[in-house]
Design a protein around this ligand. Structure first.
Ligand code: B12
Ligand code: SF4
Length: 469
């Protein structure tokens, strides 16, 4: 029997509201949506178990157990292959796990957006033959089929999406983008959902992550937003009918009450959304949905349709309320579009949650105060009408795989060829090279904004952000 471990590493970053470190996570307490099951590991495990029943797959989630327990599990379980999905915030810890697992004799495969963006650097610095050999291969883009073929022992040269190192050369096989409707429905029995439920905020208990689409239309049609590190090439939609049937089963089987739909562009196709919402509008005991949308897609009709299908929490990629910064972000937004979206959703009785990024290219005292003023006006107006909203305020980071990262590398050549670097240092370098307001001022502005939001909304849930772990 082949033993597989799919491990999400914890991050050493701790929730720390008012420091620059805190701004990396964008976390303010209170509205605690997480922990939630990790879909990357569930998707790979589901596909593996359907295609190769003889494998034993363990999903280990660093948001449920700590680093030492993960090490203990690796030592005891003696996995043959370990899959890891690093993010920019936990790459260092991911490498520690990879090194330990390598010593225990496992093969190590990395995948996901971070690994896809830095696949060559990772294999150069950590692949076979390197001084820090702890990674055998990277699987870029969709992982289900490639990981199964790797586990099943197919020759490396024949596995689409596989990137590996052979005779000191990095080999990249052709990329294959999968048809989402041909993938099996996620099998949530592969984790113990109760481990998540008992740790969730009672207001959002029995919540799961769910994926009904991948990618984004904006990234497909124009260039991606300046800061976005998502590697998907286009928007792919699953059949609304299939999704509806799956969700009905989940409600019945696990008593699911909240669905975190993780698609990045939920309204990317209005036809798809129309069909999707028709299925849900008619049924009783609907779960509540949390979704992520572009503010430019919100109009009166969609706000009402959201209400009808029990979508309550809407993360809005607003990013800024400064015209100048928004144009540099290349997202096709204006401050007016952003404000309109927040108000329309709040008026419809929903909970809009605009994401804001401070410290984008050209950020200065004037652009900061434009965003500050807009946040104050919005919070004030919404609290006066008894509505609710919450902001997540981050400080800009150039993430590998983004257009920002490409611009950053042109100025900061010391990051070229690296797969691991200090996040705080990269934020400081970015700030020096690209902003007119320094990082301390930006963080102070962020803290002022958060304090205001909290004061204004102390009687509602609005004093919090959605990014919790
Ligand atoms: C849902 C989500 C969250 C949820 C996580 C809830 C949960 N428990 O899963 C919340 C809101 C909590 C969250 C928080 C954060 N997130 Co987030 N999140 C996402 C989101 C929208 C969807 C991820 C998902 O589940 N997709 C569905 C699955 C099926 O797809 P997938 O993950 O891509 O996996 C497939 C392939 O990539 C591949 N694959 C992935 N991993 C692996 C591993 C192996 C071994 C293999 C073979 C293949 C493989 O195979 C999978 C199946 O095809 C992505 C954006 C995106 N579109 O992916 C951002 C994203 C992953 N998040 C991101 C970030 C930065 C964060 C935060 C740090 C926020 C911040 N402040 O910046 C925090 C960190 C949280 C943490 N500690 O993990 C970035 C990562 C960037 C990077 N390069 O590291 C992304 C890409 C968004 C972005 N802005 O660019 N996030
Ligand atoms: S930030 Fe959102 S809208 Fe922009 S390219 Fe990325 S997924 Fe698409």
């Amino acid at each position: 029997m082949i033993k597989i471990g799919l491990i999400t590493s914890p991050s050493s970053l701790k929730i720390n509201d008012f420091s620059i470190k805190g701004a990396i996570l964008g976390v303010e307490k209170n509205l605690k949506f997480s922990p939630l099951p990790r879909l990357w590991s569930l998707a790979l495990a589901t596909y593996l178990r359907e295609s190769l029943p003889v494998v034993k797959v363990d999903i280990i989630d660093g948001s449920l157990i700590d680093f030492q327990d993960i090490i203990y599990r690796i030592r005891n379980e003696k996995f043959d292959i370990i899959g890891l999905s690093p993010l920019v915030i936990n790459y260092k810890e991911t490498l520690k796990i990879a090194r330990f697992a390598k010593k225990c004799g496992a093969k190590i495969v990395l995948g996901g957006h971070y690994a896809t963006a830095l696949r060559r650097e990772i294999l150069q610095n950590r692949g076979p033959g390197s001084d820090d050999y702890c990674v055998d291969a990277v699987i870029q883009y969709d992982g289900e089929k490639a990981f199964y073929e790797y586990v099943a022992g197919k020759p490396s040269s024949k596995i689409n999406n596989l990137v590996y190192r052979e005779n000191n050369q990095i080999m990249e096989n052709p990329v294959e983008i999968l048809n989402l409707d041909e993938l099996p429905a996620i099998n949530y029995d592969l984790v113990n959902l109760n481990d998540y439920f008992v740790r969730q905020d009672p207001r959002f208990r029995r919540a799961i992550t769910f994926v009904s689409q991948r990618g984004c239309l904006w990234a497909e049609k124009s260039k991606r937003c300046f800061f976005c590190s998502i590697q998907d090439k286009k928007l792919r939609l699953r059949s609304p009918e299939k999704v509806f049937r799956e969700i009905k089963v989940l409600i019945k089987k696990y008593g699911i009450k909240t669905i975190h739909e993780v698609g990045d562009d939920f309204l990317g196709s209005k036809e798809w959304f129309g069909e999707f919402s028709d299925y849900f509008s008619g049924i009783k005991n609907k779960p509540s949905f949390k979704i992520e949308v572009r503010p430019s897609h919100i109009d009166f009709k969609t706000a009402l349709a959201f209400k009808k299908m029990n979508i309550k929490y809407v993360t809005l990629g607003a990013e800024s309320f400064s015209e100048q910064i928004l144009s540099r972000f290349k997202k096709g937004l204006t401050p007016e579009i952003n404000k309109r979206a927040v108000f329309l959703l709040a008026e419809a009785g929903l909970f809009p949650m605009p994401n804001i990024i401070l410290g984008g290219p050209g950020e200065n005292a004037k652009t900061l105060s434009e965003t500050d003023l807009a946040i104050r006006t919005i919070s004030e107006k919404i609290s006066l009408t008894g509505g609710e909203c919450g902001f997540s305020i981050l400080i800009f980071r150039p993430d590998p795989g983004s257009l920002a990262w490409q611009e950053f590398l042109k100025k900061e050549t010391k990051y070229k060829g690296k797969d691991s670097f200090s996040l705080i240092k990269s934020m400081k370098d970015w700030n020096r090279d690209f902003c007119k307001a320094d990082l301390k001022k930006i963080n102070l502005a962020r803290n002022r904004m958060i304090s205001f939001i909290r004061r204004k909304n102390r009687d509602t849930l609005a004093n919090c952000s959605d990014k919790l772990f």
